[in-house]
Design a protein around this ligand. Structure first.
Ligand SMILES: [Zn+2]
Length: 675
């Protein structure tokens, strides 16, 4: 199955990539030799192949209902009878046999026409095999070839397409030739999944050979639509950079090829040995700088070692930590801090109702899952590295790779690798971060400084929510003139006092100002952002004028069912989303004594048609306001607004955000009088 990639970066809300994470490895792999021919113009597909299956297993063979089988021979003998199609599949049962069997199947059918207007979510949920001269995508879930369910698949496939087209599947290129206006391309691969993803298009190919750390030649290719073909070299430069980075960091790249493949729909998928990204997606600047590296790294974490999905998916968190976050660290301390702070703000925005333990994360189905499965998990790896040191951390990763490459591993396998490398018992660390929901709430309760001989002594009291986490917490002492000095303390009680010493007279102490600890930020530390109203199902929506348009906008903007309340009723104590016409919104705010529109939004009033902002209410949860000059200005927000979850406020001119910002965060700080 392809893994959905990049969804959040595109501001898309993703659906699940499908039900199948095959329990491969239990059953013996199936070996297949397949030839498939299709024509994007007529949409006709025909295929034939032989499958060699192990003795002692009963098999269920499936094929998408749109295809029909012309021949089905078992060891040259007559075919078994198919069951009636169900859930879009034809199926055959093969009872267990005492010896290996050879099955020959010939099939054909008509593919669906590609609808290039589909968005990512639609492509993901619509598992139909689609084709057009502009692009073909035959997802494994469509069962476009006969599939022996439940087993890994070792295949050789020859794909026969019109000469102007090129096709690709996960695997190693194994030759290509042109005959009679047709292009035949061969690939070989062994994968843990039972079915194959196939892509084709009018691609221009950029290729080169990369020498891996262990001396093997890796075939790198960019298969791109003509209008973006000139970016192929730049993409492959980036891929080579990422390969070197991760080979150095983890160990040799596990496959013989890697390709960047463009798609006519605005999608993002990752598979072993390739990433399949929309033409317009590839043009986004962060794709080459971040997402491509994330996808390359998945060939180690996710494909090279597969998560034990039933027991939790660690691969997104580790990949996010070693790709997205690592690139921020390379860019500088401030860039890394911004990312950590954004993750902690997102976590506050999630609210407690949508929160779940990290161990329950399997794959991303919506933004709420990303907050835990990607970002909380990445912070867990960051805290782990802070606790055991870079050297032990990296040694553990390399050992984990050596031991589990090509197999399935769980969170506890990862823990074992970190324990061996650090010689520490990490069970409490992993238990508190994986099995508990939520996060600790830390408070800087008191602090004072006194002279202590020639030095200064600072007494600090911290509290945290119950039951206490075992934490390492940075306390920053600030001095006049702006310098500061970080002291890490081990904090594992609900209330604890710490004594710090310093040579200079300290001016203030600040709790974790750079957001190194995964925790629930205090209200002032976490200024409200739009994502809170988007994610927190406790949010109550009030419509103030243009109710039909307002309700449609609120439905599109939020990921949870709307809880509507009349504008005439008193405001709820829950998070409030107020949507409507500016005049009526102002009236509602005034009537209920709620904060007015902040002055930051007035600066660009000249061409503004809509204003969106978050504020904290003196008592109770935050207020999110969407106010438009008129009904059409309100309707214009439907498309852009969901992309701005990380902002605290925006001003729109039609569909364009002409100003925006995040309210500054205020770390917990106590000024030290001292004497
Ligand atoms: Zn990923």
């Amino acid at each position: 199955m392809p893994r959905a990639a990049l969804g959040a970066l595109l501001g898309l809300v993703l659906a699940a990539p499908g039900p199948i994470h095959a329990a491969a490895g239990d059953a013996a792999p199936v070996r297949a030799d397949i030839e498939v021919r299709f024509d994007p113009a007529t949409r006709e597909l025909s295929g034939r192949g032989t499958w060699v299956v192990a003795a002692g297993h009963a098999w269920r063979v499936t094929l998408g209902e749109r295809f029909e089988v012309q021949r089905f021979l078992v060891d040259g003998g007559p075919d078994p009878v198919a069951t009636a199609p169900a859930e879009g599949l034809r199926a055959w049962r093969l009872p267990a046999a005492p010896r290996q069997r050879r099955i020959e199947i010939t099939w054909r059918g008509r593919l669906e026409a590609l609808d290039a207007s589909l968005d990512h979510r639609a492509v993901l949920t619509n598992a139909a095999p689609v084709t057009a001269p502009r692009g073909t995508f035959l997802p494994a879930a469509a069962r476009w070839h006969p599939v022996f369910e439940g087993a890994g698949l070792a295949y050789r496939i020859v794909i026969d397409v019109p000469d102007g087209q090129r096709a690709i599947v996960p695997g190693t290129p194994a030759g290509e030739r042109i005959a009679d206006g047709r292009r035949l391309q061969a690939y070989t691969f062994e994968q843990p999944e039972p079915a194959i993803d196939l892509m084709a298009g009018p691609y221009r190919v950029t290729e080169r050979s990369h020498t891996a750390a262990d001396g093997r030649k890796i075939a790198l290719r960019a298969l791109l639509h003509p209008e973006i073909a000139d970016r192929g070299d730049g993409d492959l430069d980036a891929v080579e950079r990422y390969l070197r980075l991760y080979e150095d960091w983890i160990g040799p790249y596990p496959y013989e090829a890697f390709s960047v493949v463009s798609s006519p729909t605005p999608t993002g998928f990752g598979m072993p040995t390739l990433t399949y990204l929309g033409v317009d997606v590839l043009r986004l600047p962060f794709i080459r700088d971040t997402s491509l590296g994330h996808e390359v790294l998945h060939n180690w974490w996710g494909n090279g070692v597969r998560p034990d999905y039933a027991r939790g998916n660690w691969s997104e968190g580790l990949t996010t930590f070693m790709a997205d976050y690592a690139y921020r660290e390379q860019a500088g301390a401030e860039a890394a801090r911004e990312m950590r702070l954004a993750w902690l703000r997102d976590f506050v925005a999630l609210g407690s109702a949508a929160d779940r333990p990290l161990s329950a994360f399997t794959s991303r189905t919506h933004g709420a899952e990303q907050v835990v499965g990607y970002h909380k998990a990445a912070m867990v790896f960051l805290m782990l590295r802070d606790a055991i040191g870079n050297e032990a951390f990296d040694r553990a990763l390399r050992a984990f790779w050596r031991e589990h490459r090509g197999g399935v591993a769980s969170w506890s396998d990862l823990r074992a690798a970190f324990e061996t490398a650090s010689k520490q018992d990490l069970r409490p660390f992993f238990a508190q971060w994986l099995d508990r929901t939520g996060a600790p709430s830390l408070r800087l309760a008191a602090a004072s400084a006194v002279r202590d001989g020639s030095r200064w002594r600072v007494d600090v009291e911290l509290t945290q929510s119950s039951p206490a986490y075992r934490l390492r917490v940075p306390l920053a002492l600030q001095f006049d003139g702006g310098a500061d000095d970080t002291h890490w303390v081990n904090f594992d009680g609900e209330r604890q006092r710490f004594t710090l010493h310093t040579d200079r007279r300290p001016a203030a102490v600040t709790l974790d100002p750079k957001a190194y600890v995964f925790r629930r930020l205090a209200p002032g530390e976490a200024p409200p952002i739009l994502r809170q109203a988007m994610l927190d199902p406790a949010t109550v929506t009030v419509l103030a004028g243009a109710a039909t348009t307002g309700e449609a906008l609120a439905t599109r903007f939020t990921e949870h069912p709307l809880q509507l309340r009349a504008a005439t009723a008193p405001p709820p104590s829950q998070p409030l989303l107020l949507v409507g016409l500016a005049s009526e919104v102002d009236r509602y705010l005034a009537r209920h004594g709620l904060p007015r529109r902040p002055p930051e939004l007035d600066a660009t009033a000249g061409t503004a048609t809509a204003w969106v902002w978050t504020t904290e209410r003196r008592a109770g949860a935050p207020l999110t306001v969407v106010a438009a000059r008129d009904e059409s200005a309100l309707a214009a927000l439907a498309r852009p607004l969901p992309h701005y979850g990380r902002q605290s406020w925006l001003v729109f001119d039609g569909t364009t955000a002409i100003a925006r910002g995040v309210w500054p965060s205020r770390p917990q700080r106590i000024a030290l009088a001292g004497g």
